[in-house]
Design a protein around this ligand. Structure first.
Ligand SMILES: Nc1ncnc2c1ncn2[C@@H]1O[C@H](COP(=O)(O)OP(=O)(O)O)[C@@H](O)[C@H]1O
Ligand SMILES: [Mg+2]
Length: 261
């Protein structure tokens, strides 16, 4: 379980997080919603240790991330897969090199290990046939074609899948997605939502999804937290979100309600 207690963060004079309390239950898919600029990405970066809070604590499975040794922090990072906002693939690198980059950076040199991990994660995100077909000529052919492609050869939806595949390397317990459907058309967005849901149930990962897409929330969330003015203004399940009478929450939801939700 991940627990944030009283997280505060300022940049210069601007206080972005003003005491955020949030619980991400193990096995759940938690969506964090909020307006653009409300501090959602900043919040995520505190959990993975890319930013440090001015006050408050981040506990992952009971351990305070600011109190643990470098080695434990390193191990902890490996348990978290992070799909960056915009998927952020390296354009000059092949799909294969993009996917295995963290393993290579951590010193893995065995081609057998790298290739087999790439096949596994690319299959998990649906860019290759099921792994049970791994020995087949079709699987081998599709893998050879895909592994050598560059991000520019792929559609937006495929690029997102490669970004998700990269996050799955090393079989993390947690996956964090920062706006995974932003910039995608509705059909592709739905496919990425389905993928997030599939991975959560198949791989039993705990997922945290930052989004401002209400369709995604109704599709995938077990648990929703809404960030308003630097604090968590609402936290609960989707039925509770629909019932919530808080003015800010109602205002945020209203444009989607108008579209049939
Ligand atoms: N490294 C940084 N330095 C200064 N300001 C930052 C930094 N990162 C984010 N901010 C500011 O914090 C606020 C929240 O940003 P962010 O978390 O990216 O919002 P969003 O909810 O859209 O993800 C914004 O005003 C942004 O400009
Ligand atoms: Mg953001």
């Amino acid at each position: 379980m991940i627990e944030l207690r009283g997280i505060r963060k300022s940049f210069g004079q601007k206080e972005v997080l003003k005491g955020v309390d949030l619980v991400i239950p193990t096995g759940s898919t938690t969506c964090v919603i909020g307006k653009s600029g409300s501090g959602k990405s900043v919040l995520l970066k505190h959990i993975v240790g890319l930013l440090h809070a001015d006050a408050g604590t981040v506990l992952i499975d009971g351990k305070d991330v600011d109190q643990i040794s470098r080695k434990d922090l390193f191990d902890l990072r490996r348990r978290i897969g992070y799909v960056f906002q915009g998927a952020a693939l390296f354009d000059s690198l092949s799909v294969f090199d993009n996917v295995v980059i963290s393993l290579v950076e951590h010193g893995e040199r065995s081609e057998t290990v790298l290739e087999s991990e790439a096949r596994r994660v690319l299959s998990s995100v649906g860019l290759l046939p099921d792994l049970t077909e791994e020995g087949s000529p079709l699987f081998a052919r599709e893998y050879q074609i895909l592994r050598n492609k560059k991000p520019s050869d792929l559609s937006g939806g495929m690029r997102k899948r490669v970004g998700v595949a990269r996050a799955l390397v090393g079989s993390p317990d947690y996956i964090f997605y920062d706006e995974p459907t932003t910039g995608l058309d509705p059909v592709t967005s739905q496919q990425i939502d389905d993928l997030i849901g599939d991975l959560a149930s198949k791989l039993k990962v705990t997922s945290l999804v930052i989004t401002h897409d209400m369709f995604s929330i109704f599709n995938i969330a077990d648990h929703v937290a809404m960030l308003v003015d630097g604090v968590v203004r609402f936290q609960g399940d989707v039925p509770a979100l629909r019932e919530c009478a808080d003015e800010e929450v109602v205002d945020f939801l209203s444009r989607y309600v108008a579209e049939g939700f």
